[in-house]
Design a protein around this ligand. Structure first.
Ligand SMILES: [Zn+2]
Length: 460
């Protein structure tokens, strides 16, 4: 049997005000080409790079969140690069001394996390090549895992958790379809203790394509070896339409020779810089997804519900804000969770934490019935506004006034002579029937418990 071995290399564009080594804006939403450029990122002679502290901090925070080791000493390296999307002719990256080593996430060991600069964006059309340098020099984090992943599902889970962590830390939007997070998988198969020849798969722009490409490659390589062929070291792409990988280029040998320390940047003794010390970095971390998840299960949420709310930063923030509005009352919060997950699928629409919590309180105080609360919620989500006003306008506020309810019951009693005879003969279902009639007569605004009590009183 052939066992797969998978390692991941993930790049993420970091959210910073300016680029990695200059003052040009880091704005991924800029649509005009070549406006966020300056002499530094265009590699004019005589210019010098300056390290972006914000970008360093993002990587150190991520490293701390995954339990990695922050480097005492770190430096940048030049990596030879001969394509037009980096005008310098080299990329500034990190090779020997990355910012972070070790750590783990989703049960997968991490080798290293380092910082480098992104390339420009090239477009090839009508026999011409166009280059947009807005992206050139944007801070790029690269995370490399150990080759310890055994299946596509684990790889997908790791990538999803990394995306959530990057978003939680505010380090990156990490949208795969926008190229803000780029995943490469190194895949090999082997039937003994040695590693097989690894193949690198690129262009994976969704989590599903990561999983499918890995499954496809494992099968392709296994079939190839079984039929007497040999796996060659190559880079392959993923064809979304055909759902298969395809050859892009053969891999050259080791890249060791193409790096040397960047002479234009200072070497950093991180532990001696107060804002980069591990204590300062740790103190700056927000609540992490794993902690948030266990907080929800401790509160009483089911495992799946806790996972669902934790999986999105916005969802978690909304739910926590509602819980604060409900003053931490556990019963009301559980009710809110149920409405938020089951009725709204985690999308509150135009409801705010304040109006959503107010609606929950209207239900728990019996101002609204369950039906009335659901009807009010639908309108609240679609149009926004005040839940009390919405419920009043639609006559959904429950009637508690005994005189008003008594009149409703008198009307029902006057008509339902058959059911009353049955009730007096001891048929219990007749009472339910009468309550239902009274509810209908009240336009759904009666309180069923109160109606029941009054009917029993009146019938003796
Ligand atoms: Zn610049």
């Amino acid at each position: 049997m052939y066992r797969p071995t998978i390692g991941l290399e993930i790049h993420a564009e970091l959210k910073t005000r300016t680029k990695m080594f200059c003052d040009s804006a880091n704005n991924p939403d800029e649509t005009r080409p070549n406006v966020n450029v300056c002499p530094v990122c265009m590699a004019h002679p005589g210019t010098l790079p300056v390290i972006n502290r914000e970008a360093v901090k993002h990587v150190l925070r991520l490293g701390t969140a995954v339990g990695g080791k922050l480097a005492d000493f770190t430096e940048f390296d030049r990596k030879s690069y001969f394509y037009p999307d980096i005008p310098k002719g080299y990329q500034i990256s990190q090779y020997v001394h990355p910012l972070v080593t070790r750590g783990s996430l989703a049960g997968v060991d991490i080798t290293r996390v380092h910082l480098e600069e992104d390339t420009a964006r090239s477009t090839h059309a009508h026999g011409k090549s166009l280059v947009d340098f807005n992206r050139a020099g944007i801070p790029l984090m690269e995370l490399v895992t150990e080759p310890v992943i055994k299946d596509a599902e684990t790889a997908g889970k790791f990538a999803r958790e990394l995306q959530l962590l990057l978003r939680t830390l505010g380090a990156s939007e990490a949208n795969l379809e926008k190229g803000e997070m780029r995943i490469e998988a190194n895949i090999s198969v082997s039937n003994d203790d040695n590693f097989g020849t690894k193949v690198e798969v690129k262009n994976l722009n969704s989590f599903r394509s990561v999983e499918r490409a890995i499954a496809f490659e494992v099968k392709r390589q296994t079939d190839l070896i079984e039929s007497g062929g040999k796996v060659v070291q190559e880079t392959r792409g993923w064809d979304e339409a055909k759902q298969e990988t395809f050859h892009q280029r053969f891999k050259e040998g080791s890249a060791d020779g193409s790096y040397f320390p960047e002479p234009d940047l200072p070497k950093l003794f991180l532990s001696e810089i107060p804002e980069f010390s591990s204590d300062a970095i740790r103190a700056s971390l927000p609540e992490l997804p794993a902690r948030r998840h266990s907080r929800y299960t401790e509160l009483g949420l089911k495992e799946g519900d806790a996972t669902f709310i934790t999986a999105s930063v916005e969802r978690g923030a909304f739910f926590d804000a509602v819980a604060r509005e409900l003053n931490g009352q556990r019963k009301s919060i559980m009710l809110a969770a149920n409405y938020f997950i089951s009725d709204l699928a985690g999308d509150p629409g135009k409801a705010t934490p304040v109006t959503f919590a107010k609606l929950m309180n209207m239900f728990t105080s019996c101002t609204l019935s369950s039906r009335g609360a659901k009807d009010t919620l639908l309108i609240l989500v679609e149009k926004g506004g005040d839940p009390e006003t919405i419920a009043k306008e639609r006559g959904l506020i429950q009637i508690h006034d005994e005189d008003a309810l008594g009149k409703i019951i008198d009307n029902v009693i006057a008509i339902e002579t058959k059911a009353i005879a049955e009730y007096k003969a001891g048929k219990l279902s007749a009472l339910q029937y009468l309550i239902g009639k009274a509810m209908k007569e009240s336009g759904g605004a009666g309180n069923p418990t109160q109606l029941s009590k009054l009917i029993v009183q009146k019938l003796g």
